[in-house]
Design a protein around this ligand. Structure first.
Ligand SMILES: Nc1nc2c(ncn2[C@@H]2O[C@H](COP(=O)(O)OP(=O)(O)OP(=O)(O)O)[C@@H](O)[C@H]2O)c(=O)[nH]1
Ligand SMILES: [Mg+2]
Length: 194
């Protein structure tokens, strides 16, 4: 259960990270998949993280303090956004990978996928990082409101097979319709109790 959520800080460069929080859960995924909307949804605050129809809205690492420090959510910049130049892409890559590699407090990654689509090449690279750095992750198949319930369940199985994980590692939600929240809170409880 999330009772309080507070924006803490944004960072553009890993050297700005002065402390690591005891439990960080990062939200990763391609640009425009709905990471910031997901954070707003689970924190029940539509104004917490800036969302946008235009991909590439979140260009920094944004830290949120949850339940007075019970854990911290980290909104990562989206990857795979075509309209940025190579220098900027490189900066984002360094920022995301550097964070995944170095953050002492990072306990889990919520990897967001659009329920309608299989993981992109960049998603698969991200998953490789997660395995490489031994980071536990959960797949969140979002935008479930775009499909019927049965089509959504079918997609869940297909995504699980595509990635090679069990269906139990995939959670379905819609930040629009606000569905799937109980299961996500259960997952968060498991993560922070571990
Ligand atoms: N239908 C539907 N649209 C959603 C959902 N979640 C997010 N969106 C829409 O998807 C678009 C992108 O949402 P954001 O939350 O800004 O996406 P993001 O992943 O944070 O994007 P970047 O910061 O650019 O990486 C917006 O137009 C949202 O309104 C959802 O559950 N259902
Ligand atoms: Mg965002």
């Amino acid at each position: 259960m999330i009772k309080s959520a507070l924006f803490l800080t944004s960072i553009a460069d890993l050297r700005q990270i002065k402390e690591s929080y005891p439990i960080e859960i990062a939200v990763a995924g391609k640009s425009n998949v709905g990471k910031s909307s997901f954070i707003n949804f689970i924190c029940n605050n539509s104004k917490l993280a800036k969302t946008s129809k235009e991909p590439g809205r979140t260009r920094l690492l944004n830290f949120y303090k949850i339940n007075d420090g019970q854990f911290y959510l980290v909104d990562l910049p989206g990857y795979g956004f075509a309209k940025v130049n190579d220098k900027e892409k490189k900066r984002w890559g360094t920022l995301i990978e550097g964070y995944l590699k170095n953050s002492v407090g990072l306990k889990h990654v919520f990897m967001l996928l659009d329920i309608r689509h299989n993981p992109t090449e960049n998603d698969m690279i991200m998953l490789k990082y997660l395995y490489y750095y031994n980071l536990p992750f959960t797949i969140i198949a979002t935008k479930a409101d775009k499909l019927s319930r049965s089509a959504g369940l079918k997609r869940k199985k297909e995504i699980a097979d595509y990635i090679g994980v069990g269906v139990d590692n995939i959670y379905i939600c819609s930040s629009y319709k606000k569905t799937g929240l109980d299961e996500i809170f259960e997952r968060i409880d498991q993560i922070i109790e571990n």
